[in-house]
Design a protein around this ligand. Structure first.
Ligand code: NDP
Ligand code: ZN
Length: 180
């Protein structure tokens, strides 16, 4: 029912807020980290017109395992196995070196589920918009450009998923990394 849906979405938002409570984004203003997962979920409902509750829950939770002490079992216990599996698909293995993690994101994008692809597209769109607004402290212009080029490689393997998100991402790539 509608009541159940509101309950589960707010439960998810609250869970993520508690988990990310001590984290900040990398922008010079040190925005609270929770703005990011909430913003990714909002891109999905507002721009991509996605109302699949599992996708919205996974968006809200998508960085909890990667960036906090949250475990996949905890996610499954609180939100069910389907949400757990989507979060798993969008979580990098932090035991791997950074370059390998970035390579695997490109490779794994193609075989992801439709639900995971939606979360990945909205996550990339949010982060690229952030990088258009302000460069994280310590980043060179070259590093920023490399990030856009890498993100384009990931997004190229997520295509055919959501026209609206892909059009917004393409507009960013045309501006930030036009074909040489
Ligand atoms: P990082 O992976 O270190 O940072 C980008 C990630 O930070 C985003 O994907 C996003 O992930 C998160 N994030 C937090 N705040 C912001 C924000 N305001 N704007 C955008 N993203 C934000 O960057 P790189 O991919 O460039 O680096 C990967 C590795 O390479 C790192 O370990 C780094 O040490 C190393 N490195 C790379 C250099 C280069 O020139 N490329 C130079 C020096 C080091 P999320 O959605 O998960 O929050
Ligand atoms: Zn993210």
């Amino acid at each position: 029912t509608m009541t159940d849906l509101i309950y589960i979405i707010i439960k998810c938002t609250n869970f993520a807020a508690i988990k990310h409570k001590n984290q900040r984004r990398k922008d010079p203003e040190k925005t609270p980290y929770i703005n990011h997962p909430i913003g990714v979920a909002y891109i999905l409902v507002n721009e991509a017109k996605i109302t699949d509750p599992e996708v919205i829950q996974a968006a809200l939770l998508h960085d909890t395992v990667e960036d906090t002490d949250t475990t996949f079992n905890e996610i499954e216990h609180e939100f069910g196995v389907n949400v757990r599996n989507i979060v798993d698909e969008v979580t990098d293995d932090k035991t791997l070196p950074a370059a390998e993690r970035k390579r695997l994101q490109i490779v794994h994008a193609r075989d992801s589920s439709h639900q995971a692809k939606l979360v990945k597209l909205a996550d990339k769109l949010y982060n690229l918009r952030d990088l258009q607004t302000c460069v994280p402290e310590g980043w060179t212009e070259e590093r920023r450009q490399e990030y856009f080029k890498w993100a384009k490689q990931v997004v190229d393997n997520l295509r055919g998923t959501n026209d609206q998100l892909e059009a917004s991402l393409d507009a960013i790539f045309q501006k930030e990394c036009p074909v040489q």
